[in-house]
Design a protein around this ligand. Structure first.
Ligand SMILES: Cc1cc2nc3c(=O)[nH]c(=O)nc-3n(C[C@H](O)[C@H](O)[C@H](O)COP(=O)(O)O)c2cc1C
Length: 193
């Protein structure tokens, strides 16, 4: 039987964790994380999300170096200090899931493009939640070169067909995940009418 009190308690303790290192999720855990993503709400069951699994030191370094190459060639390159600290973070990450929405233009008359983005975001949230439930640290980033078209193309997310939504870094927390105080939901809610 599901212990719903424990489940909700765990959910309420979700906090992003940027600083992670190996070990990353096992094959079995990665399978669970991606199956959780597939449970995201999805108008029209069009499954607009696409995942690139970037795993292991060599692939991570390739992803990172490509991001830095495009960022440094852009009109807002990182300064030396920022570049150094970003590398100290990203090179240590054991698993990245890069996510894009493959916009289904055939259904956009019925299911707005924005709804397809929202479904992708919901899938990404399921990835964050499942990673947390399995004891990993996870962090959604749209940093470095996310918005640079050449980088998106290099990942296989041609901006003509895809909207790159950033990447989620997942691994073992390098320090205990800080627990944040969250604002009171009442500040964001009203009873209607
Ligand atoms: C779409 C999206 C993109 C984000 N991109 C970045 C980013 O590039 N850099 C960053 O520091 N935080 C980014 N964040 C925020 C972190 O992932 C995280 O949510 C934030 O540090 C707050 O932590 P919390 O999730 O525990 O509230 C992004 C969040 C979202 C939803």
């Amino acid at each position: 039987m599901v212990d719903s009190a424990a489940a909700i308690d765990l959910l309420l303790k979700r906090n992003s964790m940027k600083l992670v290192h190996g070990p990353g999720p096992s094959d079995e855990d990665l399978d669970k994380i991606l199956r959780a993503a597939m449970t995201a709400p999805d108008h029209g069951a069009i499954r607009p999300w696409r995942f690139k699994i970037i795993r292991g030191q060599e692939a991570i370094k390739e992803f990172a170096d490509l991001s830095y190459k495009f960022r440094q060639a852009s009109d807002s390159p990182f300064d030396e200090e920022k570049l150094k600290s970003s590398k100290a973070w990203l090179y240590e990450v054991p698993l990245i899931i890069a996510v894009a929405t493959q916009v289904n233009h055939q259904v956009t008359h019925k299911i707005d493009e924005v709804e397809q983005y929202l479904a992708t975001g919901a899938a990404m949230t399921q990835i964050l939640n499942a990673s947390h439930f399995l004891g990993y640290g996870a962090f959604w980033s749209t940093g470095i070169a996310t918005y640079i078209e050449e980088f998106q193309e290099a990942l296989g997310f041609d901006p003509l067909d895809y909207r790159f939504q950033g990447f989620i870094a997942i691994g073992t927390p390098r320090v205990p995940t800080p627990q944040k105080d969250r604002p009171d939901y009442q500040e964001f809610s009203q009873v209607w009418p």
